[in-house]
Design a protein around this ligand. Structure first.
Ligand SMILES: *Cc1c(COP(=O)(O)O)cnc(C)c1O
Length: 268
């Protein structure tokens, strides 16, 4: 899978066993900046989790989730060699993307409204993936927009609401087969790549949520005739990415552990 090349780059950097890792992290924190140092530590933890699940680290993509963070901090992580970033808000992404190199692979991971599709696709030519397709309408809208532009097919994940919490977007697990069939059969400008979920906010039942997503994958793959190893799972965030990898994730979305806690402007 071509889009998993990132992990290979990452793995080249931290495989010298002679260096004390903590000392290295501490000294590099001073010279290379906290976000870059945090990224190194995340890469290491991802590698260890991949080993525990008997998979190669090159099969696991780290999406650095940079919402609310300034371009200068993204730049630091980019300069440390990272190329895959995730954003939640169209307006924010459209402002940041032109200020950064165009070899970044942007993942859109927020709730996408139909009326923002055009702004997203025209404003971010290097948009690599939309992880949050959750109904036919948004799939059709994306498909038509890509068709009208000169760009390669857009990779998509289908977002599944595995926790049943009403506040979460995502298709119900029972509806994921039908939506995957629609995307893979009726949206020629979209490339169906897998399934995405956000676990429970309190993390207590994420193993259940991750299991549900893996079950959805089995059903989807059977229905559309896709080999399971080609169908990716996007699950795991700062609080649970190691568990997610052990349960089969190959796309982890990590924000605060790399960039620090987010501060949202207070609404008054
Ligand atoms: C913000 C966000 C993340 C990152 O969350 P952290 O806990 O900061 O790692 C991952 N996925 C989605 C969909 C998000 O909105």
């Amino acid at each position: 899978m071509k889009n998993l090349e990132l992990g290979e780059d990452n793995s080249k950097r931290d495989n010298n066993p002679d260096i004390n890792e903590e000392a290295m992290a501490a000294s590099s924190a001073a010279t290379e900046g906290v976000a870059a140092a945090a990224l190194r530590s995340v890469i290491q933890r991802v590698h260890q989790a991949a080993e525990r699940s008997a998979r190669g680290p090159d099969r696991i993509r780290i999406v650095a989730v940079s919402k609310t963070k300034p371009v200068s901090l993204l730049r630091q992580v980019y300069d440390a060699g990272h190329r895959c970033f995730g954003e939640n808000y169209v307006q924010e992404l459209v402002e940041k993307a032109p200020q950064l190199p165009d070899d970044i692979e942007w993942h859109f991971i927020g709730n996408l409204q139909s009326n923002k599709v055009k702004a997203l696709l025209t404003g971010v030519p290097n948009l690599a993936m939309v992880e949050t397709v959750d109904d036919k309408k948004i799939a059709d809208r994306l498909d038509r927009m890509v068709a009208s532009m000169e760009r390669k097919p857009l990779k998509v994940f289908i977002q599944v609401n595995t926790s049943g919490e009403e506040s979460k977007s995502g298709v119900e697990p029972a509806g994921c087969v039908e939506l995957a069939q629609h995307v893979s059969q009726s949206c020629p400008n979209l490339e169906f790549c897998g399934l995405m979920t956000i676990g429970m906010l309190d993390y207590t039942s994420t193993p259940e949520n991750f299991k549900t997503l893996a079950q959805c994958r089995s059903e989807v793959c059977k229905a559309i005739g896709m080999p399971e190893e080609q169908c990716e799972l996007s699950m795991g965030m700062s609080g649970d990415f190691e568990l997610a990898i052990e349960m089969g994730s190959n796309n982890v979305r990590i924000g605060s552990t790399i960039f620090g806690a987010r501060e949202y402007p207070k609404k008054n």
